[in-house]
Design a protein around this ligand. Structure first.
Ligand code: ADP
Ligand code: MG
Length: 734
């Protein structure tokens, strides 16, 4: 039961005041079928809006079920509308993108009907208004009469005691109009129907009361029939709408408008793509920004490891990691060759040494990394393009590799043929076949190159005491033609035989081995020769002894070389390795390289901040676009609210929709970038910078931004009252 007492309503428009209602007093009861007529502008719609709680009034009072409403808050009005009022407007307030079924089930969902009942009741209602054959038709494609019938079905679905209908037949042909009125009559039992029409005659057969308005006043109020019952306004127990319903409705909204969905999806994908790419790029350029260059004797694809507890390492632990191309067990082998010269050129010419080299395992190369030729076989090398150009080399050239820079040892080098060239590396990079690094002899060569050898000879001084003096034999070669135990020493490293008589020798491998590795050699086994080389040539028995000593059967590596494809993988790997357990030597992380401007974690925080700010800017753009393309939805939202959705529910739903689109877009973008990275090498480098946890962080940021966008959008769209959004003519006004 609704009563108005001396109600006045004014519209204040452009410095003039228009009277909407003038001293209206009225009692309405359940069971009545009230027909309101009057000229256009006489206040009919205004009266409906006041009755249904869509709009306020300035003077007088309104009672609902005997209760004064002056103290009602907007929420209380929302509840009143949600529980009691079913709206039918001239322009069919129906959600165009939904099917008939969806439009009707929506009202049941918002009331918290359980799932099974919802479906059955919807079918029942559709049957009742005669739309069974149209059940899955989108509302946009229905005729006016059909739309109005669907709206009536939805109003009944809502199970509300009051139905206000503002010129529902205004846009219908007479047959549809008549059917609509019949339907209204059919549902009028136990309800209050307030119908505004221009044609009283059409509604006359059903009307229990006729009110005529003029200039905002009721000029005639005639009872026509007995209205029956008197009471029945509802105070429903409000159930919170379950999450499942919200999710279902949100998903339905997203997919109900495929065009809009696709547009938003593509837009968001672009944003997220830019977002991920900026992030990946920042991470990729880390070493540029961090201010570290490649140290002289360092390689971007070799990571050296030792255990912090100085125990031996287990190479098997690393062998199955896909990022690791190979594990070098004999770490010193990468020091075996340090310089190269040309085969067949004059030894003392500028061809020796031709250049310094740094050894790499060709396992780090792919076919695509080659600019010409093939990957190296045994006794072949691939050189960097830079080295090829610098030294004017071509494929097929033969080179000597040796472990020192002294030109006079060139005759003892190992010969290799250039099989190809690569864009990778610097002007010292030479890539050898992997098998080279498995050779213990090569490992020994490397080890000896690392050691600062100190060798001694024993002699008597002028007081006849046996003393030890050092000589400067530098490089070692092992010659299988020498007799076991024999050593050839160049005379130039020894003192003049006229002055000092040597009586014995000791070969000591110096502080590198704590002076523990030493071989006494009898003077009888030593041949002193006149040669320009400062190289000590030993029989292979020494070599075998030393190999047994350093790389014997029970050899356990104290350090490993992990070969990775490139700098990117190197950085990824160094992060994956537990640095509490291992010391990692890599140019990005070693302390010997130039000082870092930022630590890695500082850098990462900076990257996240940049991404966040760029993301915020991009999402603001998305927000503006989303708001604009979705203004059409304002009418839908007003409809939602007119059939019982609260503002809070709707904003949650919009947030959910936005997040849903965001999540889908994120997934698609990741997949798209992943596919693209197979074709774009730079992209693949950048993408490899993203760890799973970083995707998670980016994902969380993008969800956060989706929520932000949705909320910004909510404020704009729900800032309107229902009546403004869904105004009396059903048009969405801005
Ligand atoms: P009816 O529905 O009978 O055609 P209305 O109730 O829509 O009449 O309007 C009553 C009077 O109030 C008219 O003079 C109309 O111009 C005025 N009016 C209605 N709504 C507004 C509004 N939002 N702002 C200003 N004036 C309004
Ligand atoms: Mg009107």
């Amino acid at each position: 039961m609704i009563s108005l007492k001396n109600v006045y309503k004014y519209y204040i428009a452009k410095r003039s005041v228009v009277v909407g209602l003038r001293d209206v007093s009225l009692d309405l009861s359940i069971g009545e079928f009230v027909v309101i007529t009057g000229e256009s502008g006489s206040g009919k719609s205004t009266l409906l809006n006041v009755i249904s709680g869509l709009d306020g009034y300035e003077e007088g009072s309104m009672l609902i079920g005997g209760e004064e409403t002056a103290h009602y808050t907007p929420d209380a009005w929302e509840t009143y509308r949600a529980d009691n009022i079913g709206f039918i407007f001239q322009n069919y307030n129906i959600i165009d993108s939904y099917t008939v079924y969806q439009n009707i089930i929506l009202a049941l969902e918002l009331q918290g009907y359980d799932e099974k009942k919802r479906h059955e009741r919807t079918l029942e209602l559709i049957e009742m208004v005669g739309l069974s054959h149209r059940i899955h038709q989108r509302a946009a494609k229905l005729s006016g009469g059909e739309k109005q019938r669907a709206v009536i079905a939805r109003a009944i679905a809502k199970d509300c005691p009051v139905i206000v209908a503002d010129e529902p037949t205004g846009n219908l042909d007479s047959v549809s109009g008549e059917e609509t009125l019949k339907l209204l009559h059919a549902i009028s039992k136990h309800r209050l129907i307030v119908l505004v029409t221009h044609h009283f005659a059409d509604a006359a057969p059903y009307a229990t009361r006729h009110i005529r308005m003029k200039d905002g006043e009721i000029v005639e109020d005639v009872p026509l029939k007995d209205a029956g019952e008197k009471d029945g306004l509802i105070k429903k127990d409000r159930h919170p709408i379950p999450l499942k319903t919200l999710v279902g409705a949100g998903a339905r909204n997203v997919f109900a408008t495929p065009g809009r969905f696709l547009f938003q999806l593509i837009l968001q994908m672009l944003v997220i793509g830019v977002f991920i790419f900026i992030y990946a790029f920042i991470m990729y350029s880390e070493d540029i920004l961090v201010g570290e260059g490649v140290a002289d004797n360092d390689s971007s694809h070799q990571i050296r490891l030792v255990r912090r507890d100085e125990e031996a390492l287990d190479p098997v632990l690393f062998e199955n990691d896909p990022i690791i191309r190979s594990v070098g067990i004999y770490e010193p082998s990468f020091e075996a060759y340090r310089a190269f010269g040309r085969v067949g050129k004059s030894v003392s010419s500028e061809n020796y040494p031709l250049g310094e080299i740094r050894m790499d395992d060709a396992v780090v190369l792919n076919e695509e990394d080659l600019t010409s030729g093939t990957l190296p076989g045994e006794h072949e090398v691939v050189m960097s393009d830079l080295a090829m150009e610098l030294h004017d080399l071509s494929i097929g050239d033969q080179l000597l590799m040796f472990g020192t820079f002294y030109e006079y040892i060139s005759t003892y080098g190992e010969t290799f043929t250039i099989s190809g060239s690569t864009i990778r590396g610097n002007n010292m990079s030479v890539y050898f076949n992997s098998s080279l690094f498995e050779s213990k002899a090569i490992a020994l060569d490397g080890l000896l190159n690392l050691a600062r050898k100190q060798h001694f000879y024993y002699h008597y001084n002028d007081r006849d005491q046996l003393v030890r003096s050092s000589f400067s034999g530098i490089e070692y070669l092992f010659d299988p033609t020498l007799e076991e135990g024999q050593v050839i020493i160049p005379s130039r490293v020894l003192p003049d035989p006229g002055e000092i008589q040597i009586v014995d020798y000791e070969f000591n491998f110096g502080p590198y081995f704590d002076n523990r590795i030493k071989f006494p050699v009898s003077i009888d086994d030593v041949i002193v020769t006149d040669t320009p080389n400062e190289v000590i040539i030993m029989s292979t028995s020494f070599q075998n002894e030393m190999i047994d000593l350093f790389f014997g059967e029970d050899y356990e590596p104290m350090s490993l070389v992990l070969n990775v494809h490139d700098l990117t993988d190197g950085k990824i790997l160094t992060r994956m390795i537990d640095q509490d357990e291992y010391r990692v030597f890599y140019h990005v992380f070693t302390a010997t390289t130039r000082e870092r401007i930022l630590t890695a974690s500082e850098f990462e925080s900076l990257a996240y901040s940049i991404v966040f700010l760029v993301g915020l800017a991009l999402y603001t753009v998305v927000g503006v676009v989303v708001r604009n393309i979705s203004l059409a939805r304002k009418k839908d939202f007003a409809i939602y609210r007119s059939i019982g959705a609260s503002r809070a529910y709707l904003s949650r739903q919009v947030v959910f929709e936005q997040v849903l689109i965001g999540v889908i877009a994120f997934g698609f973008t990741v997949v798209a970038l992943w596919i693209l990275s197979h074709y774009l090498y730079t992209l693949s480098l950048a993408m490899r910078y993203l760890f799973f946890y970083q995707y998670v962080i980016l994902f969380v940021i993008s969800v956060f931004l989706s929520v932000f966008v949705a909320r910004m959008y909510n404020r704009k769209v729900f800032g309107f009252s229902v009546i403004k959004a869904l105004d009396r003519d059903g048009e969405a006004r801005l």
